[in-house]
Design a binder for this molecule. Structure first.
Ligand SMILES: [Cu+2]
Length: 201
């Protein structure tokens, strides 16, 4: 009897640990930008079709943090290094068309917006943009980007609200199609969330 009690306590402990692992795993993906609208949100709202799994979980583009020194490999920046979301890094949509763009103006203020399904403790938000003359015919790589962010929003380990907006000035000297790479760096894990938005300056 004593043995059985002990055993069930052990079993209960294992089940609890398992449930905990499951819940932290499920919490692994949790935020995306919708201003300017990101590729994952365009897939989720049906504007771009045939995207695969990302249409059901636009918040899940989670990869290693530390970009640009670390982070996802070149060619996988827009999908956070996750092969099942590789469509996000393709220079064209799954049907072969151009990614829809948001019109923006260099030198003017823009209000960026994130939607979160899990409000993780946050180090900061950083925004990068492609250089003039970037290679638009391959998956986005470091060589395409100005590797100094044009906007950094420190967050000091706080948890953001469900919807977070912040403003910054868009860089000057750019024209035509560009990609803004938004990076949400988590304070208490080794990860960050990535979102690419196509814009026209
Ligand atoms: Cu999460």
């Amino acid at each position: 009897m004593r043995t059985r009690t002990k055993l069930s306590a052990v079993v209960l402990g294992v089940v609890t640990a398992g449930a905990f692992a499951l819940s932290t795993g499920a919490a692994s993906g949790h935020g995306y930008t919708d201003l300017p609208i990101s590729r994952q949100k365009l897939c989720a709202n049906g504007t771009v079709t045939g995207c695969g799994d990302i249409q059901y979980e636009p918040q899940s583009v989670e990869g290693p943090k530390g970009f640009p020194a670390a982070g996802p490999a070149d060619g996988q920046l827009c999908n956070g290094g996750l092969s099942r979301f590789a469509q996000l890094s393709s220079p064209v949509t799954p049907s072969g068309g151009a990614w829809p763009t948001t019109r923006v103006t260099g030198g003017q203020s823009y209000t960026f917006r994130w939607q979160f399904t899990a409000m993780h403790a946050t180090t900061d938000f950083k925004y990068y943009v492609t250089r003039q003359g970037w290679n638009q015919n391959h998956p986005l790589s470091r060589s395409d980007l100005t590797l100094t962010p044009f906007l950094t929003v420190p967050y000091n380990g706080q948890r953001p609200p469900q919807t977070l907006s912040h403003s910054g000035t868009l860089p000057t000297g750019l024209s035509g199609h560009h990609v803004i790479l938004a990076v949400w760096t988590i304070a208490d894990t080794g990860n960050a969330f990535y979102a690419c938005s196509d814009v026209t300056f």
